[in-house]
Ligand binder design. Structure first.
Ligand code: CA
Length: 483
């Protein structure tokens, strides 16, 4: 009898990627040590680095996994229907032709984290330093696995807040060694349990120090606060975000200042000056994701692929002194987000990708506090973001509404892969409003037929990829509804 493996798709994907695309000449994401090759802590570290290599791919966090939630919502738009982001903007995909890479790269990360986690407790240590390193690797692997599962949930499952997590999540795969496993989808609630348990345990073990390109405790806690916020557990979201902010700031992280903000994105952060990016994808000229990367896609000197909408541009412009106007760069009347700035001496394709910023921890705390009707904390955490953007502005003395927090979040996090999820988890609508402006006028919203929708629209989640449906009989009646 023929047997299948859940990861059949990954092999297909890697094969497709490795031939014919010279710009994607990276460490292949499948070049990972097997469990049997991990006998030392140093080898576990090497295996963990392979997870970051997978994340760096432009089909993963150097590109597609980030832009998806921006171009499917209201504040960003494909420059034309033929651009890479055009089919996402127009929801022009079906269960038979939807992209599979979101699924395969994230499950690849999970598989490689599992390889590390299945071996790590058995590895010998010679001294306390090595034992600490082993703990850190274990914590990091758990937190990265949580990141991957959480992003699978954001892509493939309806929001937890829609039905208390009763609908279908994704298959949970604990044992990488079991290549014949064909798990069905767990519920969203079960998957959240897995994510929260991984992050909670991981945060007890993961390192606190700055480590270039790696997740540490403060990034992981910010991610956990995001997960609680998505779950509607606002008390824990607030508490966790506060812990992240306090810990990060004690360890030298700080919100960028108004003066730093326009160009801070190009900083080559280091332990002496970590800035506010808590997790970034480090791209180098010698290790570049190439032209499918966010740096190249978002640039008037690159593929000119997607940009902010005219209505969002006007929203920012309504406060001309808001420093965030300076990260909009207009080229040929098209307003691009200029957050993916290359580091010194690099080409635009080599720009690092910020995945978790301290600003988000503040916004998570403010949103959770607002929902808890804790106005003092809502003001406390929103005000630094408001003042940083324009020192003339403040929310001191105001009763902060949820709309006010989400407006600030929208302005602060544009282009960083949050918008669709922020609207859907809060049961708000995507409204693609056309606007006109003399400075930017080239991109009309109306070339999609989906201009106004909420979370009852079936295409707010991707279909489970066809290859996965074909390979795993347990999923036979578990395709997302509507596809
Ligand atoms: Ca770089």
């Amino acid at each position: 009898m023929k047997t299948y493996r859940i990861f059949s798709l990954i092999a297909l994907c890697a094969a497709a990627v490795s031939c014919g695309n010279d710009w994607l000449d990276l460490e292949p994401s499948t070049r990972v040590p097997s469990e049997t090759s991990i006998q030392l802590v140093s080898e576990a570290k090497y295996a963990l680095n392979s997870v970051y290599n997978t994340m760096q791919d432009p089909y993963a966090y150097s590109g597609r996994l980030v832009y998806y939630a921006d171009v499917t919502a209201d504040d960003m738009i494909a420059v034309s229907s033929t651009k890479r982001t055009g089919n996402y903007y127009r929801f022009n995909f079906s269960k038979d032709n939807a992209p599979a890479s979101h699924w395969s790269y994230l499950y690849n990360m999970i598989a490689n984290c599992n390889i590390v986690l299945n071996k790590i407790d058995q590895l010998p240590t010679q001294n306390d330093d090595e034992k600490t390193l082993r703990d850190n690797i274990k914590g990091e692997a758990k937190c990265l696995r949580a990141l991957a599962y959480f992003d699978l949930l954001r892509l493939y499952s309806y929001p937890y807040t829609m039905d208390g997590g009763a609908s279908l999540g994704v298959p949970l795969v604990d044992k990488a060694a079991d290549i014949n496993s064909k798990p069905a989808r767990s519920t969203v609630a079960q998957c959240y349990d897995q994510v929260i348990s991984d992050l909670t345990e991981g945060c007890e073990l993961i390192g606190e120090d700055f480590q270039k390109g790696h997740l540490n405790k403060w990034g992981a806690l910010t991610l956990l606060s995001r997960v609680y916020l998505y779950k509607g557990d606002n008390a824990k979201a607030l508490k966790t975000a506060q812990e992240a902010i306090e810990g990060a700031e004690e360890n030298g992280y700080a919100l960028w200042t108004n003066e730093e903000y326009p160009t801070a994105w190009s900083n080559d952060a280091n332990a002496g000056k970590p800035g506010e990016v808590l997790l970034e994808i480090v791209n180098l000229t010698t290790d570049s994701p190439g032209k499918e990367s966010l740096g190249y896609l978002n640039s008037g000197s690159g593929y000119k692929d997607y940009c902010v909408t005219v209505s969002f541009y006007k929203l920012l412009q309504s406060d001309p002194k808001d420093v965030r106007n300076k990260i909009i760069k207009i080229a040929s009347k098209i307003p691009y987000v200029n957050k993916f700035q290359p580091q010194e001496g690099e080409a635009i394709a080599d720009a690092n990708i910020p995945l978790i910023r301290l600003s988000e921890a503040y916004l998570n705390a403010a949103e959770a506090a607002c929902k808890l009707e804790d106005n003092a904390n809502a003001v406390k955490y929103l005000d630094p973001i408001v003042r940083r953007a324009n020192p003339d502005n403040t929310v001191e003395g105001e009763t902060v509404t949820l709309d006010r927090v989400l407006l600030e979040r929208r302005k602060e996090l544009v282009g960083e892969g949050h918008r669709l999820y922020d609207l859907m988890r809060n049961n708000l609508r995507v409204q693609r409003v056309d606007a006109k402006d003399s400075k930017v006028s080239k991109v009309p919203a109306h070339y999609s037929k989906y201009l106004d929708f909420d979370r009852t629209f079936y295409m707010i989640v991707l279909p489970i990829p066809k290859a996965e449906m074909d390979a795993n009989p347990s999923l036979a009646d578990q395709q997302n509804p509507g596809y």
